[in-house]
Design a protein. Sequence first.
Length: 577
Amino acid sequence: MTTEADHRTLAAPGGPDPMRWRAAVFVLVAMALDLVDTSIVVVALPGLQKHLHASGAALQWVVEGYTLTFALCLVTAGRVGDLLGRKRVLLAGIVLFVAASAACGAAQTPTMLIVSRVVQGLGGALVVTQGLSVFQVTFPENERAKVFGLFGALSGLASVLGPVLGGLLINADLFGWSWRPIFLINLPVGLVALAGVARYVRESKAPDARRLDAVGMVLVTAALLAVLYPLVQGRELGWPAWTFVAMGCSLPLFAVFARYERAKQRRDGFALVQPALFRRRTFTVGLVLLLFFFAAVAGFFFPFTYYLQNGMGFTAFGAGMAVLPFSAGVVVTSAFSPTAAKRLGRVVLSGGIAVMMGGMVALILTIRHYGASTGSWVLAPSLAVMGLGMGLVASPMIELLLSGVPHRDAGSASGVLNTVNQLGAAAGVAVLGVLFFGLLGGQAVPGAQRAVPELRDRLTAAGVTGQAREDILQSVTDCARAAGRSGEPEQPSARCRSVVPDGAVPPGAEARVRAAVADASTVARKEGFSLAVSHVLRFETAILGVAFLLTFLLPARLRPQEEAGADETSAEAALTG
């Protein structure tokens, strides 16, 4: 039995698909589910720990099982669609993702949940790579900017909206199911996407497709595993020596993979990743730019949300709502940035990154100025500016990287693109996470010192003066120092409640003094976190600065049709070489 889309394929295989925009809506819905599920589970971890009696290691794998599988399968998933049919693989990915989501929602043990999350990651890799490939081969060149712009905006919003949506669902506690609806919501939405894709997406595959490059699959998976697994696990394990050995081994593995792919292409023309893709300056420079850009974006959100929740005391939902101005900014500029990039070229990317850097500097100054009294409203302007800048970059970047890629290599190219995206994100979280936690302990004492003046005034007002007052102030500082050394700088409030020496407080003033000390230790924690995150944001700005410089290595104007012709020539030369 054939669908309407299959009939259109047979009837008009070379013309634009008249149903392409309807198809794009359902493909984007499917891709949105996969991207949001990367981050939505984070807010559910306390509930998972309570209801499934999960250990800390198990909770970590609930998050990372999905991310790691997703990243490892992207290159292979992209090529599978080129060979077997992009629509067919896309449908299989949606079915797999929906089934795994049902298993996650019904999980009774941590092991069952982890396995289900791994299967979810596989389904997500199939969906995202095939979705980009469908856009590349279905839309004519003059329309791709719009559809890739929508995907770019979706990518930028997904990491922010995941915790917000998760917080809403968990707070609602639908049917008393606690955390389970964050997975079960995928079922009705996924089935709608499945029906729409089946009806409206046109089938396509690479011409003369025969077989998959099994050796290439093994080599690239091993190389990616060698670098991604240590990046994902290293911080939690304290960066043992084997993590650095593994990442070092990834370099020769990638070199062997590249050499094998060139030989495979010369031999029979069926390499997993087409070497001709990397002969395009726009593609290769764009991949490096993508690596740095998403390292900065992912590296920003991890310490920043940790700072909001553990440092400033925001709830998971409150932290999600605090970054909504960022999401709003992305939406605004994503609406026109792809079209602007086609007219103005790389200046849009350069300008977008410059705007992000300006927003980051403003955020640093805001946090340094307000310190412990920082709230959502004072953060909103800086975050909105950062979002405006990201929308200028993320939306046209996807179209830029895939512009001119031959249709037969669309899956391979989208797999490489998404793999670099995930690699950059993992590296950003790992490197900047280590930096943040390394700085956090060292900022405990400076944070306490910022709390001392107000505490001194409150102690004086309570009648504590002279040496007794100075002893209490010194005890609060010593307590913060001990908390920083212990690796638990978020806990000084509890630690410092008992630092008031016996006999140092006038009769009847003990409650006031202890309240003042507790408040001061809370302020010390917030100030310490503020100092640490502001230092990390400086490094974020530097990474964005590298991305800004890389934009000037791109062509000043994109010429997709000419570049496509050049790519076809390169591919043909590789096939006959």
